[in-house]
Write a protein that binds this ligand. Structure first.
Ligand code: NDP
Length: 420
């Protein structure tokens, strides 16, 4: 028996909600609340008669802490799942603290307006001190650690696939496969084809900000930053085949570097097709990725928001996308005095996801872990006061839940290494 409030009703939230509704013995009551209530109502309508979960809907502007507090006090959930955008992480955490409720999200905080002078000052200091220049980092949410601990509340950050499952894979490798891990390579391959020359698989604004930023990786205790898309490798993925992949900065490297200080190198690679890269470069060159408003015919327009309005809605890609994703980690290290390598990953089929939850695999691979993370919290397995990333928590029941609810693991004890 539990009551869960889900904030957001986009591509990822829709999958998480549909999966919660498959486990109605735990998720007995669900409130879907988002900026556009019609989307919540449409989803609730689609699920009517197909689940024993009792669903209600609400309108909320999650940028407004007072509105969130009023909604939480009214609904009295056991857990708030924040699956809106990273811009809302801090306001939702504030509201959870004010109301004494546990918290879970799928992406770490970044501000909507990156020109805000208050953000800029903290950001520039962090770039200098830490040595990577992505717009997002964990410092904003780690600043809530003591508050959540003292309130006896649990906050789980970044419980999607990457971040999320990839860190559970790291925790699993450390617990069962290695005495010492030396290197971690996280590989995110999307072998899906949606037939459009250019579209993003999740929120375009968040996706394009991430991909157009300089790449960076963790090596020997410090960050190494490189120009965007300047490190390329070809890799052959199980279920997909050969793909070009590029080194990116990614949020889980930051928390893994803190929680796995013994690891010498942590990198993240993502696959991109040439068409995606050419379009992105062109859009960047003409200023369409900018978050700074421009004056156009008497009104201010934020270029990347305008671009988002032109691009296909990621939630609409489901029926058109064919192929598979393969996301996971490759480790090297030592077990029982012997050098070893090991990989653990999931292969997910876009069309199978669509048949099950009417969504493509990117939303599926994020929404299912969000549901499984909520399941861990609601059943007490991850109830640990404080603010935590997934590698800090017991990976075993979480990976078992993923095996059961749609993202089974595969293992390879002789994986091809990235630099082989
Ligand atoms: P979408 O853009 O599809 O959905 C976002 C939802 O949030 C929409 O329903 C939107 O409402 C709602 N929303 C936005 N602003 C507000 C607000 N101020 N108040 C209330 N609701 C709001 O995004 P995705 O579903 O693609 O992504 C969701 C999250 O998942 C993002 O944080 C993304 O970064 C993360 N993600 C994580 C991954 C992982 O592996 N960890 C992978 C992919 C995504 P409206 O309908 O009005 O626009």
């Amino acid at each position: 028996m539990s009551k869960v409030l889900v904030i957001g009703c986009g591509g990822v939230a829709s999958v998480a909600i549909r999966k919660c509704c498959q486990v109605s013995e735990i998720f007995t009551d669900l409130c879907i609340a988002s900026r556009t209530k019609e989307k919540c109502d449409r989803l609730a309508q689609a699920l009517q008669g197909k689940t024993a979960t009792h669903i209600t809907t609400a309108q909320v502007d999650a940028d407004d802490v007072a509105q969130l507090i009023a909604l939480i006090r009214d609904y009295r959930p056991d857990l708030v799942m924040n699956i809106a955008l990273p811009y809302q992480d801090l306001t939702v955490m504030d509201a959870c603290l004010a109301c004494g409720v546990d918290y879970l999200d799928t992406a770490n905080y970044e501000p909507e307006n990156t020109d805000d002078p208050a953000f800029r000052a903290v950001y520039e200091k962090r770039c200098r001190e830490k040595g990577f220049s992505a717009l997002f980092d964990y410092s904003w949410q780690w600043a809530y650690r003591k508050k959540f601990e003292e309130a006896g509340l649990t906050a789980i950050l970044g419980c999607g696939f990457d971040p999320g499952v990839t860190q559970a894979y790291c925790a699993y490798a450390r617990k069962h496969e290695f005495d010492r891990i030396d290197t971690i390579d996280i590989l995110d391959c999307n072998g899906g084809d949606h037939g459009y020359p250019f579209a993003t698989n999740f929120n375009p604004e968040v996706n394009l900000r991430e991909v157009s930023a300089p790449g960076s990786y963790w090596e020997n205790g410090h960050w190494v930053e490189v120009p965007p898309m300047s490190i390329r490798r070809e890799y052959t993925f199980d279920g997909v085949g050969p793909k070009d992949m590029y080194l990116l900065h990614h949020e889980e490297i930051e928390s893994l570097a803190e929680n796995f200080p013994e690891v010498k190198r942590i990198r993240f690679f993502m696959t991109f097709g040439q068409s995606y890269l050419t379009h992105m470069k062109c859009l960047e060159n003409v200023g369409m990725l900018s978050t700074t408003p421009v004056r156009f015919e008497g009104r201010d327009i934020v270029p990347i928001k305008f671009l988002k309005a032109l691009l296909p809605d990621p939630a609409s890609l489901g029926p058109r996308t064919h192929g598979k994703t393969n996301i996971g980690c490759i480790f090297t290290g030592v077990k029982d005095g012997k050098e070893k390598s090991y990989s653990i990953y999931n292969v997910c089929d876009h069309q199978e996801c669509y048949r099950e939850v009417e969504s493509q695999a990117i939303s599926y691979t994020t929404g299912v872990p969000a549901m499984c993370g909520a399941l861990m919290l609601l059943t007490g397995k991850w109830k640990t006061p404080g603010v935590h990333t997934v590698e800090e928590l017991d990976p075993d029941p979480f990976l078992d839940a993923l095996d059961r609810y749609g993202l089974p693991r595969r293992e390879n004890r002789a994986p091809v290494l990235v630099d082989a």
